[in-house]
Ligand binder design. Structure first.
Ligand code: PLP
Length: 395
């Protein structure tokens, strides 16, 4: 009999972390690999934030804090929600965790009973289904097509809801597609959810600040009557280039917030005191670099989308947020190329041209792959040249 628990056997390691690790290993073995798999900004954490952390260390801010966040950070989060999303939360409606990932995990652990369903629009962030499974719930994957802009429609949402539905997850702008929901699209979904009074909404807003063109960000609690049933999750990882600091947060119904704190009190306790001090500065300090960095991301997005669409067999939508594109490689999956699936495509691309991307099937939609363009233009140009060479070598 195995020592490993049944619940752990239900899940798999994160495929995006696996690709990044594989690229790291190949690099260590001397190969010139370009990794386009990682979901983190290549920029450094801004100096004012680093200074706040150094100050925290110097003044001895190095002890346990309140389990679900310091009063100063909770206040900064409440102020952020008011300032940016016109949402009013009291500090007992806010929780802070070791990354958004822990907050979401805790929320599912705190609320799911065996067999409870969670609607997950695909393509999805790889961790959602496995977190649901680990908590004993049932992921209900709803495929959203390229023609639908990879977004959930109210019709599909309505069809997916059953008596067992406990949560629906919305992620805008999205990982892996970069697709952002418009105000109208969110309101259409909200109409369905207002009628289904038992369903809770997890709004994953982690890419809120990375957006392009005239896309306006809205979160469902702000523009519907669903605030009492919505857990609005966000964090400093992506907006402030702070992935390693591990601070995420959520605001929502007091009973869920309290339950999340209970889990945290018996698992990790508080997130790092120093990272919390840094996050206070991130949220309260100068925000001007967000726009500057979004501009740099936009230049990369424009280059990548245009270049991919010039490659025969590849087609790519223009996303309005995050730092990912989700191109189709369906035009290259046939007898002539001997590629049967997106997994074949990404494996051969890595083998032949040393470019690491992630197969669409890892995100719940076959026939696509994800590129993270959170890397230098120099790297992107080199990577695109190699992808082109690879695709052309197939015909
Ligand atoms: N949600 C989405 C959609 C993500 O892509 C990520 C990170 O990749 C997270 C949540 C969690 O981020 P973190 O744990 O760094 O806050």
């Amino acid at each position: 009999m195995s020592i490993i628990s049944d619940s752990l056997k239900r899940i798999k390691p994160s495929p995006t972390i696996a690709v990044t690790q594989k690229a790291r290993e190949l690099r260590a073995a001397g190969k010139d690999v370009i990794g386009l798999g990682a979901g983190e900004p290549d920029f450094d954490t801004p100096d004012n934030i680093k200074k706040a952390a150094i100050k925290a260390i110097k003044i001895g801010d190095t002890k346990y804090t309140a389990v679900d966040g310091t009063p100063a950070l909770k206040k900064a989060i409440a102020d952020k929600f008011k300032r940016e999303n016109k949402l009013n939360y009291t500090t007992d409606q806010i929780t802070v965790g070791t990354g958004g990932k822990q907050v979401i995990y805790n929320a599912f652990m705190a609320t799911l009973n065996k067999g409870d369903e969670v609607i997950i629009p695909a393509p999805f962030w790889v961790s959602y289904p496995d977190m649901v499974l680990l908590a004993g719930g049932k992921p209900k994957i709803v495929k959203c097509t390229e023609q639908e802009g990879f977004k959930l429609t109210s019709k599909k949402l309505k069809k997916a809801i059953t008596k067992k539905t406990k949560w629906v997850i919305l992620n805008s702008p999205s990982n892996p597609t970069g697709a952002g929901y418009s105000k109208k699209e969110i309101q259409d979904l909200a109409k369905v959810l207002v009628r289904n009074k038992k369903v809770y909404i997890l709004s994953d807003d982690i890419y809120e600040h990375i957006k392009y063109d005239d896309f306006n960000f809205f979160t469902i609690a702000q523009i519907s009557k669903l605030k009492d049933r919505t857990l609005t999750m966000n964090g400093v990882s992506k907006s402030y280039a702070m992935t390693g600091w591990r601070i995420g947060y959520a605001a929502g119904p007091k009973d869920i917030i309290k339950a999340i704190g209970k889990i945290q009190s018996q698992s990790t306790s508080n997130p790092s005191s120093i990272s919390q001090a840094a996050a206070v500065e991130a949220l309260n300090g100068n925000q001007s670099f967000i726009k500057i960095r979004s501009k740099a991301f936009k230049e990369r997005r424009d280059f990548v989308v245009k270049s991919l669409n010039n490659i025969k067999g590849i087609s790519c939508l223009t996303p309005n947020g995050a730092f990912y594109v989700f191109p189709s490689c369906k035009g290259l999956l046939n007898k002539k190329t001997k590629l049967k699936s997106d997994t074949d495509f990404v494996q051969k691309l890595l083998e032949k041209e040393n470019v690491a991307v992630v197969q669409g099937s890892a995100f719940g939609l076959d026939g696509y792959f994800r590129i993270s363009y959170a890397t230098s233009m120099k790297n992107l140009k080199k990577a695109i040249d190699r992808i082109k060479t690879f695709c052309e070598s197939l015909s």
